[in-house]
Design a protein around this ligand. Structure first.
Ligand code: ATP
Length: 455
């Protein structure tokens, strides 16, 4: 093969790689990117760590030994690599800190590491004392979200989104029972909720919905819902019925505790999950869409209704966890301006998720009491990336996530396929939703209003 042919061939390969990298970054990463990036990290590791100030100077002992043996002074040492593995979206590097190093040094250097290793993003976290994990992504994984084929699908741990470091973000109801999902209009709240329902559909769980937008978001998914309210009056009754169900579940737990009174303390159940399977009531996920509609009032009757609703919600979030009742509240704003009880309610919603918001005050409603960094990250979500959100928890940790785009049709299909799993809930029978007619309806052409022309 002549040199010219070789040159042309190399140019074509490089051009193809560049095009692939631009148009299909995930394919580029899997085919070429991962090898190049891994080589880059391995070759540059020591010098990058040094440049980022993540090395430690030689100990006195090493210096003395070098002096005694007439050898040149030893160099500063980077942290020891414990493991290094490529993933579907990036690289994961685990390092053992040297004496005197701190996980915060790494957290503060992630941006420097990112551009030194030419990666898209780098995040760090201490996984155990003295061991830091650096997760690097090779491309912007949140641009076109693709969940990995293999995700944990067990119990009430739901894969809801992809994190910016390429890991799957789970909504774990048993760890974080209640959550708040905020965002301005068109920010992606409904798509998130739809995806959540699609994933919950195949689990052993009862779905209960309140959607005061006349049910436009949840009614199409009604086949998988055990109860649904589409106006504030029904919502008040439904919430009170749920509070009653919670009390009934506590009775079952109490009875079981008495039966097993001679068993050791640690075996006496204090929540639904400790009950034997045949006695265990089905757990319930309550989804509330546009919560502000429940809190607003303009006359005395509506004010009374609001009080009933907020009281029931507060009771559910305070006591629901042990009875297996989990609450997911969704809205554009959720602050003190919605009236009494809202701040108290919010403090019990330990899971926080905020899509794009219109102002800092709204971001503070999600994260003001948890993490100022998360407030800043929320205000920086761009309009042109709906679905991007900041997820946090009460420990102050937060992460950027994006849910895969889910159409209403995909969610409806999942609900229809799992309709047989919809449990009947005692006491909530009267709230069973009217099933949507999903057969295509032919829309008649509009009658012509144009008068025929006369000569
Ligand atoms: N995860 C996502 N990935 C890609 N596009 C998305 C995502 N989430 C939302 N979008 C886009 O943004 C649009 C608005 O999303 P969505 O209806 O969920 O907003 P919303 O916050 O519920 O708005 P509203 O409060 O007005 O109902 C969607 O129609 C879709 O085009």
């Amino acid at each position: 093969m002549s040199t010219t042919t070789l040159l042309v061939l190399s140019l074509v390969v490089v051009a193809a790689a560049l095009v692939l990298r631009r148009l299909r970054p995930a394919w580029y990463w899997l085919s070429i990117g991962v090898t190049l990036a891994a080589l880059r990290v391995v070759v540059r590791y020591a010098s990058v760590m040094d440049a980022c100030g993540l090395t430690v100077p030689p100990s006195r002992l090493r210096l003395t030994l070098a002096r005694l043996t007439n050898r040149p002074a030893p160099e500063s040492r980077p942290p020891r690599i414990l493991s290094f593995r490529p993933t579907r979206t990036g690289l994961v590097l685990r390092v053992k800190l040297r004496p005197g190093q701190d996980a915060f040094d790494f957290a503060a250097s992630t941006d420097r590491l990112r551009h030194s290793f030419a990666m898209h993003s780098v995040t760090s976290r201490e996984i155990k004392s003295g061991v830091v994990e650096l997760r690097m992504t090779g491309y912007d994984v949140l641009e076109r979200v693709q969940m990995p084929a293999k995700v944990e699908r067990e119990g009430l741990r739901i894969p809801v989104a992809l994190r910016e470091d390429g890991a799957v973000h789970y909504r774990d109801y048993r760890q974080v029972p209640h959550s708040l999902n905020l965002g301005a209009t068109k920010s992606g709240k409904s798509v998130y909720q739809r995806h959540l329902v699609k994933e919950l559909a195949s689990r052993h769980v009862a779905l209960v919905g309140i959607d005061c937008k006349q049910g436009v978001e949840l009614a199409p998914l009604a086949r998988r819902f055990s109860a649904l309210a589409d106006n504030p009056d029904d919502a008040a009754d439904l919430l009170e019925a749920l509070v009653q169900r919670m009390a009934d579940t506590y009775q079952v737990i109490r009875r079981e505790q008495r039966i097993s009174a001679d068993t050791p303390d640690e075996e006496i159940t204090a929540d639904l999950w400790g009950l034997p399977e045949e006695l265990r009531p089905v757990p319930v996920v309550l989804l509330v869409d546009e919560v502000a509609e429940l809190a607003l009032f303009s006359n005395t009757a509506q004010k009374k209704r609001r009080e009933r609703i907020i009281t029931a919600l507060v009771r559910l979030v305070q006591l629901g966890r042990a009875a297996g009742i989990y609450v997911e509240i969704c809205g554009q704003r959720f602050g003190a301006e919605l009236g009494d009880g809202i701040t108290m309610l919010r403090s019990q919603l330990t899971g926080r998720l905020s899509h794009r918001v219109n102002d800092e005050a709204s971001a503070k409603m999600a994260f003001g009491d948890i993490s100022p960094d998360a407030v800043l990250a929320t205000t920086q979500i761009p309009v042109e990336r709906p679905g991007l959100a900041v997820a946090g928890d009460s420990t102050g940790g937060w992460v950027r996530i994006r849910t895969p785009f889910t159409t209403m049709r995909q969610a409806v299909n999942a609900c229809t396929a799992n309709a047989h799993r919809t449990p009947v809930l005692d006491g909530l029978d009267s709230f069973r939703p009217v099933l949507p007619d999903l057969t295509p309806v032919e829309i008649p052409a509009p009658a012509s209003t144009t008068k025929p022309l006369t000569a």
